[in-house]
Structure formats: structure tokens, C-alpha cells
Design a protein around this ligand. Sequence first.
Ligand SMILES: Cc1ncc(COP(=O)(O)O)c(C=O)c1O
Length: 430
Amino acid sequence: MNLTAPFDVTTQHLGGFPKRGVPWAEIEQELKHLKSLDYDGRAGKLPAYMYFHTEKLLEVQKKAYAEYILENGLGTGVAFRSLEIMQHAIFRWAFDLFHAPEGAGATYTAGGSSSVLDALRTARNRVRAERGEAYGIYNVVTPFSAHPCLTKSAQFLDVEVRRTPLGEHRRGDPAAIAAAIDENTIMIYGSAPAYPFGLFDPIERLGELALERNLWFHVDACWGGFLSPFAKKLGYPVPNWDFEVPGVTSISADIHKHGYGVKGASLLLFRDKSVQSYQEFVFHDWHRGSYVTPSLPGSSPGGSIAAAYAVMKYLGEEGYLEIAKATMEGTISWIDGVNTIEGLKCFEPIGESSIFGFYSTDSSLDILAVAEFMQTRGWLPGLNTDPYAIQQAVTAVHGPFVNNYLSDLRDAVDHVRSTNAKGALNARTY
Ligand SMILES: Cc1ncc(COP(=O)(O)O)c(C=O)c1O
């Protein structure tokens, strides 16, 4: 599909490094103009990327972040006792939410990809230490739908990723995973839920497999970690996926997604904190004393920690339930609306998360052409392949805009039918 940038940066006369300073008022205007070139996430035009609930919550996010805008996460517990206290509160709240047993551990990371990188790095370091190997070619076994950040992490770490075919309803298939495991497997990786279809891998079954084979089992709940507990409480059919499930070794859950923190906020949680010794980087061998970091970043935004702490306190369970309700009700009404349009159908089952997708049931209705038309109306379509489908990742912002979307979608379907348009998949939508 033709997703060329809506403007050409070379026409913006960006020039060289500014010689003289420009007044803030001018820069502010320019930022507003630049923002107008983007998809309008506040009007629900984006699948995820942005998480907005209310102006009041935005105010809390901004103020808490701004309060700690100069502080550095690198100095947590050294220079900034306050950041350490807030982090520990966040860890305790997450232990509660995800049924962590006594003795669990946690690390605050920069985002989902960072949490996943560190889960894999910790598992690899442990295996190396236990086997007494300086080097080894290891592998991680996962359903095909695992987020690309797993493969990115594995590239950094020289680990092979074995993506196995999906089973029923496009969930991970435990038999395929079991068959792909060998003596060099260091981790089973499941998603709760996986991003392409919003479905949970069979976490309980994979937990059993991990225990049988004595393997690390990481559950990637980056997307849904802060939605699922609340959606479940509201009665949605969310399967068990967290530390309640025996065999789950670690969990990644992003605060900067459905946790409504400011970007740069995720958690990596361990059932047993003793494994964190394989994660921590400790260095003394230079002239500036010991340098210790749990994860990849050195300096990191203190504001992210303060905002995460403030948002969790501000919302509480009540607030998160309200957000989950808006998110899930928006999702279901969106799915119901799409299913009323002839020639389109949503994947099933639904209701486990706020991600859904729909495909064409009519060979004369090209779904990629539908996606391209939607783009001309200002909606950034998420795309699935195999089968081609439009994917939506719904947040609390979307509910009020569902009818606008459906109206444009009906126009898109009419247009594609009447012109027999064909779309192409030739640009990034993610
Ligand atoms: C399941 C899953 N894991 C990991 C990630 C990566 O998260 P981030 O973009 O914060 O690095 C995502 C992002 O959507 C995701 O959906």
C-alpha cells in the first residue's frame, strides 16, 4: 500500500545547526505545525502508539514527568533515593497485580523491547554460568506470532529464534513448541496476548512444558499486562497467564501502554529474584569506581518513573477498571459494527484483549485496497498478513470515534467494490 510520508522533509528548509537561538513562542508554533502533519491519535486515528484517557490524567502525566525532568534513572538509589522509593512501590503494586510469590524480583526498563532483551539476556547468562560455558549457540522457542523485539534481542545476543507454526485460532501450538525444543533451548516464550491477533498463547500448557523440560518460560505481556487483570475482573474471558500459572519464570509488562505511564516505562518481573544476579552489570575495572546497571541503558528518564508512580496512584484499581471498561466496550462495539458490513468479518474468538482484526470474505473486495482508502480518511491501518487483514489495537481513546470509523469503512467498502481497486503491501504500517 502506498504510505508515502504526507510531507517531504527536504522541503522544510531545515537548514544547518541553528546559529542563533529562536524564541520559544516561535518554536512552540512550529511544534504545533509539525504535529499537524501526524495522524491524529487523540481522535482515535492510530492503532495504539498513543494512550490517552482524559485531560486530567494527561495533566498528572505531564506534571509528574516535569517534576522529575532533570533526574536520572541511572542514579536510582544512589543519587536519587526518591526514584528508588517510587520504583519499589511500583514493583510491589505489580507483584500484587500479577500474583507474584514471596521472593519475586523486578527491574524497571525503558520499554517492552528492553524488558524482552533483558529476560533473554538473563536466561542466557544463567545457562552459561550453570554449564560453565564462555560461549554457546542457544535458542529460544516461540509461537510464530511473537513480537519482532524477540528476534531483535536474539540478534544482539547471538541466540537463534525458533518460530513455530500457530495452532487452533492462531494461538501458539504446544506440540509444535515441544517438537522444536532441543538441548540448546534456553527459553520458551509465550505472549499474553500476541500483538498480531490479540490472542493469548496457551500459557498454562506452556508452563507445564517448561516445568517438564526444566526451561525458563518468559511471558510477554508487554501489550496486555496492564489491561488483562482489569478486563478479567470485568468478566472478559481473559485466560490465566501471570505468576499464578506454575512454570512462568518471568513476565514483561509495559507501563507505557495500558499502564498509561509516559513512554520509557516497562517492567521485567522474575518469579525468583535470585536470577537477577545474572542480569546485573557490575564493573570496577576503570578509574571511576564501581558502575552497576540492571539493564542496557545508562542514563534514563527519572520522569518516566515519577510519572508511572503518579499515574498508578492517581488511577488506582478503580481508575484502571474504568479505563479497561472503556477500552473493552469500545473494542466490542467496533467488532460488532465491522461484522455488520457485508464482505468483512472479524477474527474469532474475541474479548480476550482489545486487539482485533478483520478480513474480506469476498474475493472481489480487496482488504488492502480498503486499508488504503481508510488511510486517505486519516486512519492509520494496522495490517496483518496470512491472511491479509486490518488489525486494530484499541485503547481508551477509541470508543467515541468508532462510529466515525465505521462510516468511513462503509465508504471504503463501497469504493473498493465499485472501482475493483487492488491494494499493495509496500510500506510500513508499524
Ligand atoms: C507483545 C508485545 N511485546 C513487545 C512489544 C514491544 O514494546 P515496545 O514498543 O515498548 O518496545 C510490543 C509492542 O507493541 C508488544 O505488543
